[in-house]
Every structure is written in structure tokens, then in C-alpha cells.
Design a protein around this ligand. Sequence first.
Ligand SMILES: O=C(O)[C@H]1O[C@H](OP(=O)(O)OP(=O)(O)OC[C@H]2O[C@@H](n3ccc(=O)[nH]c3=O)[C@H](O)[C@@H]2O)[C@H](O)[C@@H](O)[C@@H]1O
Length: 436
Amino acid sequence: MRGLEDELYPSTPGKVKIDRSHNTINRQFHRCFASTSTMFLWALFLIALTASYLSFQSFVDSGSRYISASWGGIQWEKQVHMSAQVRKENGFSVLVTGAAGFIGSHVSLALKKRGDGVVGIDNFNSYYDPSLKKSRKALLADHNVFVVEGDINDVKLLDKLFDVVPFTHVMHLAAQAGVRYAIENPSSYIHSNIAGLVTLLEACKTANPQPSVVWASSSSVYGLNDKVPFSETDQTDQPASLYAATKKAGEEITHTYNHIYGLSITGLRFFTVYGPWGRPDMAYFSFTRNILQRKPITVYRGKDRVDLARDFTYIDDIVKGCLGSLDTSGKSTGSGGKKSGAAPYRIFNLGNTNPVTVPTLVDILERQLKLKAKKNVVEMPGNGDVPFTHANITAARLELGYKPTTDLQSGLKKFVKWYLNYYGYNSKTTRNLLVM
Ligand SMILES: O=C(O)[C@H]1O[C@H](OP(=O)(O)OP(=O)(O)OC[C@H]2O[C@@H](n3ccc(=O)[nH]c3=O)[C@H](O)[C@@H]2O)[C@H](O)[C@@H](O)[C@@H]1O
């Protein structure tokens, strides 16, 4: 049997000339020494191998979730400058975080179209297909909006951005979204929704001038609240998911920065936003995909066979609410990290005020796709979901002029049209698919 020592030498007979003239003691000493050093070398080799494997793994992991991109340099600064240029009197220069995301891309485009300067930042993580985010980035580039690839936890990057542009506003939409995914990956919610938020607020507080901050909270903060419709003054201390808990924490954290540093803060509780360029992880999107691919969909149902319901809100209505919030945000009062007076702190529901059940959502999609869904109806798992949401939007109507105008049927029609076009269901294929 060949030992470790033998493995280091060629096994082909005749290739090594063995010197048999040594005496036995010498030979034994040599063998013993050689075998110890060989084992030592092997151990070193194995340790090095393991270490490089582990570091490669962590590189792959971090790379796929938060694509590390390079930034900086004259050309880069020029792009940031150009993108931030304001093209109307009293226009804003807005830093939009999560700009390659669903809501972020729509808001960025709307701001740019009305003459505000916009710079985006997005980490292009792989929570859902990053190619969709890249397509949104390309669309924004066509409209002269530059999206910086980077993470809101990158202090140096944020400082650099505030150095290059004196942003008047920050529209903070970067987040780890998704209610049920928190079971699988809790730390990503802490990374983006807590640590990232604090890093961003630190940069805002130190910036001179301080920007006004409008940011995305969530209807999920109402958690197990059963008083309908949900009002901003209702209790929000019973979150049903870690996602909701991080959004609720965000409301408290932003309050602190408003109180201590005089940052103007507006938190928007979005209610299940849907529409073209949407998020593939959401029910309306994944149902559409599966129905078209003739795959089954899972429809959750509440206790006692009660249907779940959501106050589904169309993206264009949400964009109007975001712009209205920026327009009415009022100024931050601090400078150099010090507050010099009270600044606005506001929270608004942005919903549709017309909850629709999940089976009705499926019915509408079936009609629009002209295909029957293969439904698996199962009891809602205890993984963070809530049975229904319903927004009271009185405050947003009064203060932001917010008035949703798109019902679920019309909104889904626009979504389906976009979906078929984006995923290449050309008219011929679509005609084939449109058979019940
Ligand atoms: O309003 C909000 O604040 C939240 O809205 C959505 O969360 P959710 O309402 O759970 O949206 P979906 O994941 O699209 O689910 C909609 C409904 O479909 C149901 N559903 C979802 C997925 C599925 O496979 N089957 C199914 O029946 C859910 O239980 C829920 O009742 C977003 O995913 C969150 O990021 C956002 O913060």
C-alpha cells in the first residue's frame, strides 16, 4: 500500500534512482523526517485549499446578491452631474435609491420628465431576476437618468454622491421587499431595511444642505390590525412578518433623525403596488407567468375558507403620491449635523381604498389572458401574510392631493399588455395562447 510519502513521488518504476548505500538508522531517520515534513506540507496545502474555496464561495455569494461595482473617476462624476441637472425653475435634484426597482424606476422617469434632476442608486441584487433591473436601468439611461451601481450601505459612495451633487431631496425606495421571503433570508432585511436606512440617514444628516427625505414604508406595518380601513393613527405594534417589523422600525428610526437632526421625513405606506415593469415575486406577476406557461398557481385562503384580499394599487397612482410627497415635503432644518428647528415628520397611506380578493385577481387575469389557471387552493401558511389590507387615504388626499384613479381591471390590462410585449409573446404566439 502506498503511503502519503509515496504519493509525492512518481509511481512509475525506474523513474527514481534509490540510493541503497545508506545505513538503516540514516534511512529510518530520513524516512521519519521526510514523512513528518510531507504531512506538514499536505496539511498546509489542504488548509490553503479550504481557505481559498471558502473565500471563493463568499465572493460568489456576495457577488450574486450585491453586485460590487466600481464607481468614481472623472467620467463617472460627469455622468452623475449630467443626470442631476435640473431643467426647470425651482426644480429638485433627487437621489432615488432603488432606482432600478419597480417603483424606483417609475418615479425616476416621472421626475426626469417634469424637469427635475435625478440620480439613481441600486445594488442590483439577485432577489429577483437582475436582468429586469438592468432593462429598467437601460430604459432610464434612454431618458438621461444615470443609475449608479452600488449599495446604500457604502458610506464612501454616499458621501461621494452628496459631494458631487447638493441633493435637495432623497426618494428612498431601496429595500429588501417581499413579506414571505423573510423566513428564508432574514439578514437581507436587516442589511437593507435597517442598516442601509441608517447609513443613508447618516449621509443625509451630514449633507449640507440637508435634503428632505421621502421613503417607502409599507401597508404591512398594520400587521394584525383589524380595524378597517387602516388609518395612519391606528396601532402598528403587531407586525406579522420580519419585513413588516423592519418597516415599522424604519418609521421609528426616521423619527429619531427628524427629532435630533431636523431632517424632513415623509414615510409612505404603500399598499400592494402593481403594474408594468413590476416585481416578479408578487402574486399578480407570478400568476400571469404561470398561467401563460400552463403551470399551477397556489392561491392562499384564510381561516374558515375566507378569501384573502388586498388593496391593490396601480403604479401610476403611487407615482403621483410620491411626487406629491416630494412637492409638499418642506425643508430640513439642520446643517452640519445640527438641527436648528422643527422639521416636518409625516406618514401617509398610499392605497386604492378598494380591496379585491385574490380569487377575483385570478379571475381578471384569466379573462385578460383568455386562459384558465390551474389553481391549488391552500390554507395561508403562517409565514407573515395578513388576511386583508384596506387603506384610508383621507390624509394623503388632503395634504398631497392624492387621488387614485385606476381600478384593478384597468391596471391589470396595462400590466398584461406590457408582460406579453416584454417577454416576447408576439401576436402570433399570443393568438395561440389566447385559447381557453
Ligand atoms: O402592501 C405592502 O406593503 C406589501 O405588498 C406586497 O405584499 P403582498 O400584499 O403580500 O403582495 P403579494 O405577495 O403579491 O401577495 C398578494 C396576495 O396574494 C396572495 N398570494 C401570494 C402568492 C401566492 O403564491 N399565492 C397567493 O395567494 C398573498 O397571500 C396575498 O394575499 C409586497 O410584496 C410588499 O413588498 C409590500 O410591502
